[in-house]
Design a protein around this ligand. Structure first.
Ligand code: CTP
Length: 151
């Protein structure tokens, strides 16, 4: 039984997440995800859209994920890997080199990210949509105002 442990926020679950989880699971038999809590995301400077319990439910509904535990701080990884009997610690290569010190207890692997998709990018697109909507509403109000003025 080969156990793989990974970490992340997995907010606004997208295809980059699915592809990563698929490749992680293919490294062994059991994939365990350390899912960042809402509070820990604040520490990391990230504001999540989807709360922890919902992100957890979504991850557990993914066929590649076997278990989820909570990530609350930067320095819990060593203890987690020992508790989970991890053979492999793997994560996207935006973290390349950052966790090499765990090599003494597990194989550390950085996988290439899927291009052109991220939660940050999705949040940006959504905020543009909001701005477009505001412009649309302002136009309607202006049209109504001029209509009333001409009554
Ligand atoms: N990931 C990936 N390909 C992407 C986006 C994310 O392989 N296009 C991986 C990350 O490298 C990480 C895991 O998915 O191992 C969880 O990443 P997370 O930070 O939750 O997702 P992002 O979309 O990168 O979110 P953000 O933009 O907020 O950093």
């Amino acid at each position: 039984m080969t156990t793989i442990v990974t970490y992340g926020t997995f907010d606004l679950f997208h295809v980059g997440h699915v592809r990563l989880l698929k490749r992680l699971k293919a490294l062994g038999d059991r994939l365990v995800v350390g899912l960042s809590s809402d509070e820990f995301n604040e520490v990391k400077g990230k504001q999540v859209v989807i709360p922890y319990e919902d992100r957890r439910e979504i991850l557990l509904a993914c066929r590649y994920v076997d278990a989820v535990f909570e990530e609350n701080c930067w320095d819990q990884k060593r203890g987690d890997l020992i508790r989970e009997h991890a053979d492999i610690f793997a994560i996207g290569d935006d973290w390349a080199g950052k966790f090499d010190e765990l090599e003494d207890i597990a194989k550390v692997i950085y996988l290439p990210r899927t291009k052109d998709i991220s939660t940050t990018e999705l949040k940006t697109v959504l905020s543009y949509l909001n701005k477009e909507k505001v412009v649309e509403i302002k136009n309607v109000v202006n049209n109504l105002t001029s209509l009333v003025e001409h009554l």
